[in-house]
Design a protein around this ligand. Structure first.
Ligand code: UDP
Length: 338
């Protein structure tokens, strides 16, 4: 298919672009590069621009005869969303609705949407299946859910067919080692742990040791970014053969605590990770683990990297080779971590 990937220069977007191309699809990326990296898109054409630019979208849809959209372009920092919800409603909802308008006007009927486990809020049961109540605890999750909720109505009225993918904790990097995770500021656990291993940070703050978990630190379900990417390809292909619109969780179904991640990273890197035990980070649920049986049963998705150590190994390969991310050592960002 001919596919437009919005936000395709970002972490999950760029890995998905790679998997789409491997599967034989023709891809054009639209990214305003506010967070994404031009270097992450070497195999597809990159158009710099905003997903709310109607004229640009119309031009792209016509020029590339686009048949489907995979929509990543969004703001995705929980803390920032609490401090500035207007930015999140604008970027994640208003701009997304413009994209839908132009898709419908141009007869584009297939959409794969990058959603999040943050739509669930504080879990009532673990593992979390798709029918778990969706009560987001922050504007990031709320805006992703608001967009998701529009989709069935657009389906009924305008024939839009969509799959929303709710990711748990994306981690790792393409095993080829040339694309990976590069956020500024970096707030995620695994890249921060590996920056400590590389001596780019003096220590890692462990946010909370008094959670009701076996070792007191938070438990998360880490899923390899290439497995996430592969699920987007399956979702798109399912829509193309007439499967119904739906929502799927994406996770490995096993939880690891922050301390377990640190120990696994010590093993993988062979280096000690200095930690500081800090207080809880506001808004962090004690444990998040995915129930991802639905996508396995319906689309035959199977994670290939379902072992934490392997996930960390691929991340380590990327970080060791690119300690300052896509930028060279001379242009390293002033902030490494928060
Ligand atoms: N975490 C931590 N120290 C850090 C960053 C994260 O202890 O410097 C913890 C965080 O509290 C959470 C887990 O690691 O329990 C994963 O956090 P991350 O930000 O990677 O993903 P999130 O679960 O927020 O999507």
């Amino acid at each position: 298919m001919r596919v437009l990937v919005t936000g395709g220069a970002g972490y999950i977007g760029s890995h998905t672009v790679r998997e789409l191309i491997k599967a034989g699809h023709r891809v054009v990326v639209l990214d305003n590069l506010s967070k994404g990296h031009e270097e992450a898109v070497s195999e597809a054409e990159l158009v710099k621009g905003d997903v709310s630019d109607r004229t640009l979208l119309e031009d792209l849809f016509g020029r590339y005869r686009v048949e489907a959209v995979v929509h990543f372009a969004a703001s995705s920092l929980v803390g920032e969303s609490v401090a500035n919800p207007a930015v999140y409603y604008h970027n994640n909802l208003t701009k997304g609705l413009v994209l839908l308008d132009v898709m419908i006007e141009n007869g584009i009927r297939y959409l794969v949407f990058s959603s999040t486990a943050a739509v669930y809020g504080e879990p009532q049961v673990i593992p979390i299946a798709e029918d778990h109540p969706a009560l987001p605890a922050n504007p990031y999750g709320a805006t992703k859910l608001a967009f998701e909720n529009a989709l069935p109505w657009y389906g009924r009225a305008y024939g839009l067919r969509s799959v929303s993918l709710r990711y748990f904790n994306a981690a790792g990097a393409d095993p080829a080692g040339d694309i990976g995770e590069d956020h500024d500021p970096e707030t995620h656990l695994i890249p921060l742990v590996l920056k400590v291993a590389l001596n780019l940070l003096p220590s890692l703050d462990v946010f909370g040791t008094d959670y009701p978990t076996p070792d007191g630190s938070c438990i998360r379900d880490y899923i390899h970014v290439t497995d996430l990417a592969a699920a987007h390809v399956l979702a798109l292909e399912a829509l193309a053969v007439g499967r119904r619109s739906t929502v799927y969780n994406l996770g490995n179904g096993s939880g690891y605590s922050v301390l377990e991640v640190i120990r696994a990273a010590e093993d993988v890197t062979g280096r000690p990770i200095t930690v500081d035990f800090a207080g809880r980070r506001p808004g962090d649920p004690a444990a998040l683990v995915a129930g991802a049986e639905k996508i396995k049963a319906e689309l035959g998705w199977q994670p290939r990297f379902n072992d934490l150590r392997t996930i960390i190994e691929t991340a380590w390969q990327w970080h060791r080779k690119h300690p300052y991310g896509y930028k060279g050592v001379d242009q390293r960002p002033a902030t490494v971590g928060e």
